[in-house]
Design a protein around this ligand. Sequence first.
Ligand code: ADP
Ligand code: MG
Length: 360
Amino acid sequence: MDHPPDRAAERTRVDVVDCAKTYPGGAQALQRTTLVVEPGEVLALLGPSGCGKTTLLRVIAGLVDPDAGGRIAFNGDDVTARPIEQRAVGMVFQHYALFPQMTVAANIGYGLRVRGVAPEALRRRVGEVIDLVRLGGLEQRRPAQLSGGQRQRVALARAVAVQPRVLLLDEPLTALDAKLKEALRDELAQLLRQLHITAVHVTHDQNEALAIADRLAVMQAGRIVQVGRGEDLYREPGHPFVAEFLGRVNRLQREAGRGLALGGIELPCPPALGASATLLVRPEDVQVHAGAAPGTGWGQARVLQRTFLGDRVQLRLAVAGQAEAIVSDQPRDCPVAAGDTVAVTIDPRRLMAAALEDAS
Ligand code: ADP
Ligand code: MG
């Protein structure tokens, strides 16, 4: 049995067809869902806690049966009736689930041993994956002697050692502290590209999803509300929930049939926004100019609060015509102070509708 680490394998397409899940007791954790994960693609399931991400992942894995009528296919091959051990999936969980009494090497080789891989091939494969996740030198340690990041790399190595058709990751970075999380996130993104493996990555962290996935499926209350590339979803969300979950937004009010009242001026709104009374804009799209307006098209605002966040300054602005304070992100050397009067404007192309006429 041969296991070169970069075998582009036969890359697997995953079809989720009409899969719903009602747990005993009646809670519908997953509404009827159809989703395609392209061969070799990394897809993130992104949404708040309780929205059904884990349920959908476990349906794909074969750990949870979908309600009658639901189907899972790998490369067109219907695997719905097959249990997890016959689906050739690799799984990584938030809590590493390593065998505490086994060494790193034994943990990583576990799946190969169970499959009866000969000792020589097994040693070779384990060595390859250890190099891949950069755990060289730690082969004989036990999980308790590793950092959280190292343990998660062992879990990842164990999952990919057997060359699964599909890699399923459930909040794999959530238990790590912020710094480590970022480092491992970038490492994981790179590794998944190297492996060319079809992967589904569950997370509630937008930055993690954007950094790791080729495409995102944003979930809310048991439903996928939108699927697409991170940049597209961020710039042009097709659903207000997506706008609000993927990044931060201000909510702005507008009177029917009017432009947007902004500190004494009325900004014209693109027709595409329809009659939506609530508009959304991201803090980085609220422009601020210290002192007087640099030209027409600028309203006036008072700075309620200035918060230095290291990489940026966040301003909270009181703006005539808007009941709620508006948040604006500024470069970290922004000279504005609380109490200042500043000029404010928004490029109308950056406005998003908060309720879509055609949305369900
Ligand atoms: P997420 O991973 O997005 O946090 P889950 O898929 O774990 O969401 O859960 C979705 C919903 O299903 C939640 O309301 C949760 O309480 C419920 N749920 C999850 N697993 C079970 C179960 N085994 N039995 C009953 N309800 C469950
Ligand atoms: Mg979950």
